[in-house]
Design a protein around this ligand. Structure first.
Ligand SMILES: C[S@@+](CC[C@H](N)C(=O)[O-])C[C@H]1O[C@@H](n2cnc3c(N)ncnc32)[C@H](O)[C@@H]1O
Length: 246
């Protein structure tokens, strides 16, 4: 998969992409990450990328010309891949977005900065807008890195079997079951007996029940669309009675 990031601060992305799973995927040729400095696409003496907003007010606005030229020269016009504008006004990024984007051969990400981007970038250059949450960052770079990390780990081959994303929270639509490793006894806190039993069926049942109860306690909204067996519904009814008892 090819990932194009359009930014005024490419160095911000170098450290995070040079470590761990992303770096390994790049080394293995599963991902290529291109950092495009869109200031290089200006033609004036001062390499101007921003200007005051029409109508007055605080915050410099990123001009359309350098970003249009940068993005169109790399991914074409119309674009050959999704062009994502990172913005706090976008749809809130979720595992479903990550999964959809991970199936693309290429994606482009536009990082705003300062007061934001000229509206024509949003309307006529971006094909979609994503936010990483209801707060405002200084720039889109951290948001782009969040999106790239979540997308990259779903690209086939990027995670080894041991790191498989299939059981992760949200991958299954609910939260993951609790995780334990050695030692079996740490201070006063033992690992649940069932996990040491060697009974794979019992372990799977315990994990499913814990995952459902944990989701009920922390994110009951996720259960609205969950496909449940009768037994699982009963677990949840018992859980509700327990959580709601005075
Ligand atoms: C200071 S923000 C501008 C916010 C803009 N004035 C607004 O109210 O919508 C600068 C840039 O940071 C990025 N950004 C800020 N918060 C974000 C978020 N929650 N998700 C994604 N990108 C964000 C966007 O690229 C944005 O153009």
């Amino acid at each position: 998969m090819q990932i194009h990031i359009f930014t005024l601060f490419p160095q911000m992305c170098v450290g995070p992409f040079g470590e761990s799973i992303i770096a390994r995927a790049v080394a293995r040729g599963l991902l290529t990450i291109h950092l495009h400095q869109f200031r290089d696409y200006t033609h004036d003496r001062h390499h101007t990328v921003d200007d005051a907003q029409y109508g007055g007010g605080p915050g410099m606005v990123l001009k359309p010309e350098p970003l249009f030229e940068a993005v169109e020269s790399v991914v074409g016009a119309p674009p050959s891949c999704p062009v994502v504008l990172l913005t706090p006004q976008g749809k809130v990024f979720s595992q479903a977005h990550a999964k959809r984007l991970s199936a693309q051969p290429a994606i482009a990400l536009i990082c705003g900065h300062y007061g934001g981007v000229d509206e024509r970038i949003r309307e006529h250059l971006a094909t979609e807008e994503l936010s990483i949450g209801d707060y405002v960052l200084s720039g889109g770079e951290l948001a782009a890195m969040v999106v790239v990390d979540a997308v990259a780990r779903l690209v086939p081959g990027v995670l080894g079997d041991e790191e498989s994303a299939g059981e992760d929270s949200h991958a299954t639509g609910i939260l993951q079951h609790p995780l334990y490793t050695r030692p079996a006894q740490f201070r006063d806190w033992p690992v649940p007996d069932v996990l040491l039993s060697g009974d794979h069926q019992a372990v799977a049942k315990w994990r499913r029940r814990q995952a459902l109860l944990r989701t009920l306690a922390r994110r009951p909204d996720l259960l609205e669309n969950a496909a449940l067996t009768d037994e699982e519904r009963r677990w949840l009814e018992e859980g509700k009675a327990r959580f709601c008892s005075p």
